[in-house]
Design a protein around this ligand. Structure first.
Ligand code: IMP
Ligand code: MG
Length: 198
C-alpha cells in the first residue's frame, strides 16, 4: 500500500498499528461491489466465502453487490505447514450448494502464498461451474508462490502479518473493524504466540 501512516490503536491492551482504516475498507469494498455488479449483471453469480477469514468481507461485499446472487461457504485447512511453507490443503465442501452452470467468485480474506486460492479453484471446478474467479481483500504481493493472481482485490499490502476484518492471530482479532499489524513482542509476552489458523 502506498501512503499509509500508522496510527496506534489500543485493543485488549495490545498495541496495534493500523494499516488500513475502517473507512478505507468501507470505500474499497463498495468499489469492489460496484465492479462485481457491473461484470456479473444478468449472470447467475454465487459468492463462495472461504471460512473463517472471509466472513466479514463477505457480509459487507454482498450488501455492496447489486445483482441477484447466492452466498455459499467452503472451508479448508492446511496441515503440516509453517509460516513460510504451506502444508497439504484439505478442502471440506460439504456446505457447498449446486454450482453447476453458475458463475462463482471464491472469496478469501488474503492472498498470501496463493496456495489456498489455487486449491480452492481446483476443488470448485469439480462442481462444473460456468466460470470461477477469485476475490480477496488483501494481496501480499511479495509472498506469492503461484503463477496466478487474484482476479479482484481490495489492497496490495507489504509482507507484514496482519489481523482484523476477518483475519486472525490464533483465532483472535477477527472482529477488529480495521486491518492492523499486531506488535509481536506484545503478543508473545501475553502468551499468545502459536501457530496460525485458517
Ligand atoms: P495462502 O498462503 O495464500 O494459502 O493463505 C493461507 C491463509 O493464511 C489465508 O487464508 C489466511 O487465513 C492466512 N494468512 C496469510 N497471511 C495472513 C496474515 O497476514 N494474517 C492472518 N492470516 C493470514
Ligand atoms: Mg483464512
Amino acid at each position: 500500500m502506498e501512503n499509509h501512516k500508522f496510527i496506534l490503536a489500543d485493543i485488549n491492551r495490545h498495541a496495534m498499528r493500523v494499516l488500513i482504516s475502517e473507512s478505507q475498507i468501507r470505500d474499497r469494498v463498495r468499489e469492489l461491489g460496484a465492479q462485481l455488479s457491473h461484470e456479473y449483471a444478468g449472470r447467475p453469480l454465487t459468492i463462495l466465502g472461504i471460512l473463517t477469514g472471509s466472513i466479514v468481507l463477505l457480509a459487507d461485499l454482498i450488501r455492496a453487490t447489486n445483482v441477484p446472487l447466492r452466498v455459499a461457504l467452503i472451508s479448508a485447512s492446511s496441515y503440516g505447514g509453517t509460516r513460510t511453507s504451506p502444508g497439504t490443503l484439505s478442502v471440506n465442501n460439504s456446505l457447498v450448494p449446486d454450482l453447476k452452470g453458475r458463475d462463482v467468485v471464491i472469496l478469501d480474506d488474503i492472498f498470501d502464498t496463493g496456495h489456498t486460492m489455487v486449491g480452492m479453484n481446483e476443488a470448485v471446478k469439480g462442481f462444473e461451474p460456468a466460470s470461477v474467479k477469485s476475490a480477496v481483500l488483501l494481496w501480499k504481493t511479495a509472498r506469492s508462490q503461484v503463477n496466478v493472481s487474484p482476479d479482484y482485490y481490495g489492497f496490495k499490502i507489504p509482507n507484514e502479518f496482519v489481523v482484523g476484518y476477518g483475519l486472525d492471530y490464533n483465532d483472535e482479532f477477527r472482529h477488529l473493524p480495521y486491518i492492523g499489524i499486531p506488535d509481536h513482542e506484545d503478543l508473545m509476552a501475553a502468551g499468545r504466540c502459536g501457530t496460525r489458523t485458517s
